[in-house]
Write a protein of this length. Structure first.
Lengths: 222, 222
DNA sequence: GTAGGTCTTGACCATACGGTCAGGAAAAGA
DNA sequence: TCTTTTCCTGACCGTATGGTCAAGACCTAC
């Protein structure tokens, strides 16, 4: 193949099937290992074993451990931001915020490893994605805060601080992934069942929505 | 000094002043380094530098890195559990839960490093404090859940799931420590002021208390 | 003062880790 | 089939790390 053609291919983002499959396998293994051991505790050998290939092959696809880690974190961030869709296309405050809570709980359930990697990255001062925090995340946050403020102005919800409402949603939903081990231990050592997940989602949504006055007060109270 | 006297001294917990001071200095440095770099990323050299002593001296007081780490985690856990006092000596549900939220927010503010170490430990599967989770934490949790259930039965708060209420409190309050860097970034890169901390605490307490029906619905709403 | 303990520390060691590389296998064009 | 490119991998390397140790400094009780 001519050099020019190869470059065009890469530029067009059309890599070999092999390359795509291998990169995905490595990224999946890396996500798990980084989540379970942290960046410092993770080793290329562990990731290679989990991906079922020799260590040298990892360095063929990803130059350094940092590169691999960065790709993992970027993937998570993308998923994280995408959950915002439920926020925007909502009819009212209860649907918007409730849908967002549900979406984030679903992420915690489906991508526990990714959530942990993200948490770890932020906890350690966001050494590799500080720029994302300052641009994408800041912009996203300001947009949602405006949306919440609009709902407040319209009288749909109580006059809470939109910022702290967002933090509470993030914290609570991600807790079910990041502290999943603790939750499991407190659940007789067993992972949450479908029914228990449903109960968790409903509890979280109910308390928060009622907390911001988007639901009528609980019945059966004096 | 005779061997017997020395042993009595140690048994009585009365070590040398020097020993106590050094151990404290090392523990403080270790807490910070473990929080910022994770267990795997932390090095004994870094901790030694931060504590202002040569690395070999660390190993004189703490046999291994694991020992040192375990001591740090145990210290945190103690603080963590002690916050429960506000829970027990409360006149009613609003005071009990509100006080607990306030206490946990204060911990997040005063011990951000410890909170991060704890979060990191649990996120990675609690390799060194699994026994604590299964004994002390489980017992503590069950006790508080009973207290909450009693408040529900007495009609003081709505019929929420006590377990998920506790998780929400833990998640939200610890978020201000564990994700402090993200919060700071979203606060124009500046740490929260006293006033902002006050607003955060009030927001959290208000939303949660109203969410469980321990506060009257927000005023000024249709 | 001095004996017997505690504390300090530079030098050292074995290991494990991230990363490299050369050379071969496999696939993709021509 | 022959050539070119991509993919694979065992062996290897320099370095950083956790941990050791022996020798000395420093206290403290008598």
């Amino acid at each position: 193949m001519e050099e020019a053609v190869r470059k065009m291919r890469i530029k067009a983002g059309r890599r070999t099937d092999i390359r795509r499959a291998r990169e995905e396998a490595i990224l999946a293994a890396a996500e798990k290992v980084f989540a379970e051991a942290g960046f410092g505790g993770a080793t290329m050998q562990l990731i290679a074993d989990m991906a079922g290939m020799p260590k040298a092959n990892l360095h063929y696809y990803f130059a350094t451990k940092e590169d691999l880690y960065r790709r993992v974190v970027e993937n998570i961030f993308t998923i994280w931001l995408k959950a915002a869709d439920c926020f925007d296309n909502a009819a009212d405050a209860a649907a918007g915020i409730g849908g967002y809570i549900e979406a984030k709980m679903e992420i915690s359930r489906r991508h526990p490893f990714g959530s942990k990697v993200w948490a770890s990255e932020v906890m350690h001062g966001a050494p590799v994605i500080q720029d994302y925090l300052e641009t994408a995340l800041r912009g996203w946050t300001e947009g949602r805060m405006r949306a919440i403020q609009r709902w407040i102005d319209e009288g749909q919800i109580a006059a809470v601080d939109p910022r702290h409402l967002l933090y509470m949603i993030w914290a609570t939903t991600q807790h079910y992934a990041d502290f999943g081990h603790q939750i499991e231990t407190l659940n007789a050592g067993k992972p949450l069942t479908d029914r228990q997940w449903r109960a968790a989602i409903d509890s979280v949504r109910e308390i928060i929505l009622r907390g911001i006055g988007a639901l009528p007060p609980a019945p059966g109270k004096p």
